[in-house]
Design a binder for this molecule. Structure first.
Ligand code: RAM
Length: 326
């Protein structure tokens, strides 16, 4: 017969186990880190991430800096290492900076994927890429050329000057610019992924460059920021605005004729695909060298090298922007 103290210990363990499972301790835990959790772009990604987490029965921790802040991203990764999450999905503010913390997580057995903005290749297993950088860069440049009849000055407003995804896209914009010898890129300014800062940068760009014909914003908050500046300067139609922006944040300006078009991918799908990839990696269903990934209700995605590609971007304009609510 077992002693009363043995029984008590077993009961305690059983209780601990059932409380643990009620709290989801046996569930796969996914830490999802946006560049900033106040940015509508990442809020839209979260809608899809939540959906995938629910379908897959995993626990999703979604946390990030309030505004873009590389040091704060590192801190959150460190916290998740201590907590012992199973997998971390990161949109890297600073490619090199975050990679040290991610390598440390990998050494502790935590799986890593990146999405939206990549880290160094050895610091993650896969990058869930919204589209190819060439595709994004060329589409932006061709759209600008179409609007200006391939002639005139334009400026770029980016996120931070160190943001890896924007840097990659810019390389391809500049490469494509060679096709349009009568167009001139006069300035590249940072907005820190903030609408207000983009607005003041756009105002300054217009005063410093009286012949400016177009502002191309390549981070989402900067598109409505530039549009507001153009509108307030009374330059609607004279200085055109395009960029990578959310339909919801630009609808008004597109209808007012301030912004011609915005280009983007389905952010909800990016969030969904990221959580699907993260969980497949933990479950061993996604292994290095894989050529495709089955991602729940979104179907199968191609993997090129270690990039899981979401697809090609859409162009939202007056004719179709009302059909999209993200
Ligand atoms: C911002 C972020 C993000 C980028 C989008 C287009 O919200 O910088 O990284 O992909 O814009």
């Amino acid at each position: 017969m077992k002693s009363p103290s043995f029984r008590l210990a077993v009961l305690g363990l059983a209780l601990f186990a059932s409380v643990g499972s009620a709290l989801g301790a046996d569930k796969i835990m996914v830490g999802m880190l946006p560049k900033s959790k106040g940015n509508g772009y990442f809020i839209a990604c979260k809608v899809g991430s939540d959906k995938a987490a629910k379908e897959l029965g995993v626990e999703l921790l979604f946390d990030g800096p309030t505004d873009s802040n590389a040091a704060k991203q590192n801190e959150i990764v460190e916290n998740w290492i201590t907590l012992g999450v199973d997998v971390i999905a990161v949109a890297a503010e600073n490619k090199e900076g975050i990679s040290t913390a991610l390598r440390k997580a990998q050494r502790q057995g935590i799986k890593i994927v990146t999405y939206d903005a990549d880290a160094m290749p050895d610091a993650r297993s896969f990058f869930v890429n919204q589209a190819t950088p060439e595709g994004i860069g060329h589409q932006l440049m061709d759209e600008a050329a179409r609007l200006l009849n391939s002639e005139g000055e334009f400026a770029i407003i980016t996120a931070t000057m160190t943001a890896g995804n924007q840097r990659d896209w810019m390389k391809h914009i500049e490469e494509r610019l060679k096709r349009y010898p009568k167009m001139k890129l006069v300035a590249v300014r940072p907005s820190d992924d903030l609408k207000d800062k983009a607005q003041s940068e756009a105002t300054a760009l217009m005063s410093a460059n009286p012949n400016l014909k177009l502002i191309m914003s390549i981070c989402s908050p900067a598109v409505p920021g530039a549009a507001e500046a153009v509108k307030q300067a009374g330059k609607t139609g004279k200085v055109k605005v395009i960029g990578l922006g959310l339909p919801s944040e630009n609808r008004r300006y597109v209808h007012e004729g301030v912004t011609d078009s915005v280009i983007l991918w389905k952010t909800e799908d990016l969030g969904y695909l990221t959580v699907q990839a993260a969980v497949a990696l933990v479950r061993g269903e996604l292994k290095p060298g894989a050529k495709s990934l089955k991602a729940g209700s979104l179907g199968t995605f191609e993997i090129v090298g270690d990039n899981i590609i979401l697809g090609t971007p859409f162009v939202f304009n007056k004719g179709n922007i009302d059909q999209f609510n993200f």
